[in-house]
Ligand binder design. Structure first.
Ligand code: PHB
Length: 411
């Protein structure tokens, strides 16, 4: 577990800025005596002090690179804004959540209760997010989700203080189901890790395919984060399917795509996967992924002024190409910027802050992005094809796709 602390701006500082704890600045006389009974809403924050942002992300394990890219792009946007958002400097505290769901609630509490952060930006893994959501809902802490697609966050467990800058698991998979059916495949299988993101992706793929007249006959899973795909791959040829949908990401995706090709399946059973299998992984995959078709809310070759500028700036900062995770980290910072600019840095104007974020219209590197009533991105799902080491855009599979937000009642 790492706990790197870094202050950003107005001048970047290497050490933590010391300031009175928020909980010592209470309203009214005798407030200290009633401290245990008070929620965070009774606390007056010093507006001149930096806003504390906890980045709860994987910096180790199969999703480590994802966490690094989210972080680099989040910091990039802040640097581009001169180190302040809405006139407020930011102090960033990083916590490696190891993509470990068992430690999710404890890690989130550590940021909220011990480090006293104002905002948490996290995380990548849907299972970890589920534990964070509970703490966010109970504490009222602003939570911006820069990747994890768990449907509940913008569905049954939606909340006024919870926003997502990434996607719901359902969205890209739904697009992939449509892409597969549009390509004429009728019988499909789905392979994935056995956890929330995999299950929700399988459901989205099935729905997209079904709406266009195709069916999923089998869903095969591997425990997260295992990479022994052989038992699953061995079953695919016997299923009598025309094509295969998939959800894997990070280091596991690299192994999966390599094993799929090595098993001789690439030319026999077209793979139409959520684009996480090839985003950020093409360097490690080399030519093995050439020709793969994927669906995602970002692509290479969009060639818009916004995306071109973002990619150049990210490359200069991070020394590597931008990917979907970088875009989501950048847009998490863009959402926070919209909120803080609307209240001129006064974080205590909670309702106005939430309202501004909820109605944000972002010029995202991915294209136009707004939030649905349940605070999930509404964005295009692109059809992409791997060519020359890039996930080249090959059309829009679904325009301005909104997650249905099932079960969300925003109270
Ligand atoms: C998730 O667990 O929600 C997840 C993880 C990695 C991805 C996408 C979704 O690339």
């Amino acid at each position: 577990m790492t706990d790197n602390t870094k202050a950003l701006a107005p001048k970047a500082k290497a050490t933590r800025i010391l300031r009175p704890s928020r909980r010592t600045v209470l309203t009214g006389l005798g407030a200290a005596a009633t401290l245990p009974l008070l929620g965070r809403f009774n606390i007056v924050r010093a507006q001149g002090s930096p806003l504390k942002v906890g980045l709860m992300l994987p910096y180790s394990g199969t999703f480590a690179q994802l966490g690094e890219n989210i972080t680099a792009a989040f910091e990039l946007l802040i640097a581009q804004k001169g180190g302040t958002l809405g006139g407020r400097a930011l102090e960033i505290i990083k916590l490696d959540d190891e993509s470990n769901p068992a430690k999710g609630p404890e890690n989130m509490k550590r940021l909220v209760d011990r480090d006293m952060v104002d905002v948490v930006v996290g995380t990548v893994h849907s299972g970890v997010l589920m534990g964070m959501l509970q703490v966010a809902r109970e504490s009222g802490t602003l939570l911006i989700i820069p990747n994890a697609g768990a449907g509940a966050a913008t569905g049954a467990q939606c909340a006024p203080n919870v926003f997502r800058s990434s996607f719901s698991n359902w969205q890209p998979a739904y697009g992939c189901g449509r892409i597969a059916a549009d390509a004429g495949y009728k019988k499909l299988a789905y392979v994935t890790w056995d956890y929330a993101a995999g299950k929700e992706s399988a459901a989205g793929f099935e729905q997209g395919a079904k709406e266009k007249g195709a069916e999923v006959v089998q869903v095969l899973t591997v425990p997260f984060p295992e990479t022994n795909f052989q038992p699953v791959l061995a079953q695919l040829p016997g299923l009598g399917v025309d094509a295969v949908g998939a959800f894997y990401a990070g280091g596991g995706a690299v192994q999966f795509v390599k094993d799929y090709a090595a098993a001789g399946l690439k030319d026999k059973l077209p793979l139409i996967a959520s684009g996480f299998v090839t985003d950020g992984t093409l360097g490690a995959l080399g030519g093995v992924a050439d020709g793969l078709v994927t669906g995602l809310h970002y692509a290479d070759g969009l060639d818009t002024p916004t995306d071109n500028a973002f990619r150049a700036a990210f490359k200069e900062k991070a020394g590597r190409e931008a990917d979907v995770y970088a875009v989501q980290g950048y847009d998490a910072a863009q959402l926070l910027a919209v909120g803080l600019e609307a209240v001129q840095g006064d974080f205590d104007q909670t309702d106005a802050l939430h309202k501004a974020i909820a109605s944000a219209k972002l010029d995202s590197p991915r294209g136009p992005m707004t939030l649905s009533p349940s605070h999930n991105p509404v964005h295009n799902i692109y059809r992409r094809v791997v060519r020359d080491g890039k996930n080249m855009v090959d059309g829009v599979a679904v325009e301005a796709l909104a997650d249905p937000g099932v079960g969300c009642t925003m109270t």
